[in-house]
Design a binder for this molecule. Structure first.
Ligand code: RB5
Length: 150
């Protein structure tokens, strides 16, 4: 599996940790993030990772900013993205099983490296359950295309 990862200045350290962790597990990781702690703008990295995932260049994405909020909001503006902000592994599991999330976002100021490892482990290994959840994801994608689901 090929993973796109991106971060702003707040996520440099956690990004480095996760790249090393995931590569150690055999994943191919493409770094679209900032590697310096100089202040920058998270939508830049949300767009890069989102486009890599939506185009099929990468299978899944990881986004990190201070809280994970700005970068996940930004990613969800890109057509085809279903980005879930997670602070623990159960949400990451359900984001895959129920929402078919293709990007996980995390906050470097709100979670530590061990929690982040648990989140990415589950996110990368859990399959979408389909069934009734497919119907709901289809409606999410209708909203994504500007169509009504009423
Ligand atoms: C940057 O200062 C900070 O606002 C950003 O990393 C993130 O927390 C935004 O949601």
């Amino acid at each position: 599996m090929k993973i796109a990862i991106g971060n702003d200045h707040g996520g440099v350290e956690l990004k480095r940790h996760l790249v090393q962790y995931l590569e150690g597990k055999g994943f191919e990781v493409v770094n679209f993030g900032s590697d310096v702690t100089e202040s920058t703008d998270y939508p830049i990295y949300a767009e890069r990772v989102s486009k890599a995932v939506v185009s099929g260049e990468c299978d899944k994405g990881i986004l990190i900013c201070g809280t994970g909020i700005g970068i996940s909001i930004s990613a969800n503006k890109i057509h085809g993205v279903r980005c879930a902000l997670c602070s623990e592994p159960v949400s990451a599991q359900l984001a895959r099983q129920h929402n078919d999330a293709n990007i996980v976002a995390m906050g470097a100021r709100t979670i530590g490296p061990v929690m982040a490892e648990g989140i990415v482990d589950v996110f990368m290994s859990t399959e979408f359950q389909g069934g009734r959840h497919q119907r709901r994801v289809d409606k999410i994608m209708m909203l994504d295309r500007g169509e009504s689901v009423q």
